[in-house]
Design a protein around this ligand. Structure first.
Ligand code: FAD
Length: 409
């Protein structure tokens, strides 16, 4: 039986997308956020770029393309205002031989080729509105968006109630119902729980061993120059530069293991150095114009795929490891504890798609993703691989999708 009520913990893009996809199916959702407002952490950047990072016909690229197309379709249904979403297109520059080879490989992939064009430097410059020295892949429908506006649009639904300033630190299961607690206070009860609270998923009193990694990122906000003002599209390579919005570009983004929230001059310089690698002219016109920045933390997995689906009971598996040929339906499932986590650097292309996949799994529908791809985002893959159970890891999704699971007492 699909659950009637679900608690979603964390109101970033992963939590809001999961809540939306369930609400659309008639499930009552309580969305719990620790801050006073939604979308205040990684999903609180002033702008996010919506484009797929493709390398060729490999599984990561297939997943990125499917997620990108899903996000575009979803956003068109939500009717975001022009100030919050602009399909300005994106130019991915072939700024060295290696990058150029990658772009050629992408182009030879038939499924992707219909969504992009290879432009020579003159055509790329014309599209960008200013001179660019490199050929580029052009994604005409790529966009920048206001992340908080997208999150707000997703959760304005009669089946979703939002509790902000609520900071649960414990999840328990009693008599078949999940209960979430802040200290001794029970905040909410429901048939199922989705953890969409990124790097804090392990802080809820359960031994999940998700092995996610917090990766700091800093954006630079850069005042447009006479040269850069003409930029009409996003340009990107390792980093990205958005067209100026109210006179300010978003230049992104740095990566480090440091966990400080303080804005760092070194990271602004790292962002400018990336810009210099693909457009020295833009770099020279912007290098003294940084007017601000924002720091937040990505949540990533060891193989960079997100973690999406129902969790196995980690402690029970470790206490009695299953045989390699175990029937997946005999494994100790948590029976209602799900995750939508680890969206890394591309949450706006992956989290809405994963929210939809997760909602279809929870409601026992066939998800719109093939079984091989589904196994790549299986949240139990690291646990099972650690136990040498790779084959079992690959066979799990079909079982979850068809709802054949034992009920835990
Ligand atoms: C500098 C930078 C630039 C980026 N640029 C892009 C980009 O251009 N395009 C793109 O697609 N992606 C980009 N990303 C990645 C993207 O921002 C993330 O992948 C995405 O925001 C992750 O969303 P999330 O919902 O998983 O996590 P978050 O947005 O971090 O949301 C998690 C939420 O859980 C809440 N929470 C935590 N613990 C609790 C608790 N106990 N109870 C209640 N709530 C809790 C948090 O307060 C937070 O609101 C960027 C990331 C960074 C850092």
């Amino acid at each position: 039986m699909p659950p009637k009520s679900v608690i979603v913990i964390g109101a970033g893009i992963a939590g809001c997308s999961s809540a939306y996809a369930l609400a659309q199916r008639g499930v009552k959702v309580s969305l719990i956020e620790r801050h006073e407002h939604i979308a205040m952490e990684a999903s609180g950047n002033p702008q996010a770029m919506l484009y797929p990072r493709l390398s060729g016909d490999d599984s990561a690229s297939q997943f990125a393309l499917a997620g990108y197309l899903y996000s575009l379709e979803l956003i068109s249904k939500l009717h975001l205002q022009a100030k919050d979403f602009h399909a300005c297109g994106m130019l991915q520059l072939g700024f060295n031989d290696r990058e150029l080879a990658r772009l050629q490989k992408v182009l030879s992939w038939k499924e992707a080729a219909q969504h992009l064009q290879l432009l020579d430097p003159a055509q790329a410059s014309q599209q960008a509105g200013l001179a660019l020295p490199h050929p580029a892949l052009y994604f005409a429908n790529a966009a920048w968006l206001n992340p908080a506006a997208l999150c707000r649009a997703l959760i304005s639904h009669p089946n979703i109630s939002v509790k902000t300033s609520s900071n649960p630190n414990k999840v328990l299961k009693n008599n078949g119902l999940f209960e979430i607690y802040a200290g001794e206070l029970c905040l909410e009860k429901a048939d199922a729980v989705i953890l969409a609270n990124a790097n804090q998923a392990e802080d809820l009193g359960m031994s999940l061993q998700l092995k996610t990694l917090s990766v700091r990122g800093q954006l630079s906000l850069v005042k447009a120059s006479e040269v850069s003002f003409a930029l009409r599209t996003i340009v990107c390579s390792d980093g990205y530069l958005s067209p100026a919005e109210q006179g300010v570009h978003t230049l992104g983004a740095s990566f480090s293991s440091d966990q400080s929230l303080a804005i760092d001059e070194y990271d602004h310089q790292a962002n400018l150095n990336k810009l210099n690698s693909y457009s020295p002219a833009l770099h020279d016109s912007l290098k003294n114009s940084v007017v601000g920045g924002r720091v937040s933390f990505r949540c990533t997995s060891a193989d960079y795929f997100p973690l999406v689906g129902e969790l196995l009971d980690h402690a029970a598996i470790m206490a009695a490891p299953p045989r390699p040929n175990a029937n997946p339906s005999s494994l100790p499932w948590t029976d209602g504890l799900y995750v939508n986590l680890a969206h890394g650097s591309r949450g706006f292309t992956s989290a809405p798609y994963c929210g939809e996949i997760l909602a279809s799994l929870i409601c026992q529908e066939s998800p719109a993703i093939n079984p091989t791809m589904l196994s790549l985002i299986n949240p139990n893959r690291f646990l099972l691989r650690k136990l040498g159970l790779k084959k079992l890891a690959r066979s799990l999704p079909a079982v979850v999708a068809s709802g054949i699971k034992p009920t835990l007492g």
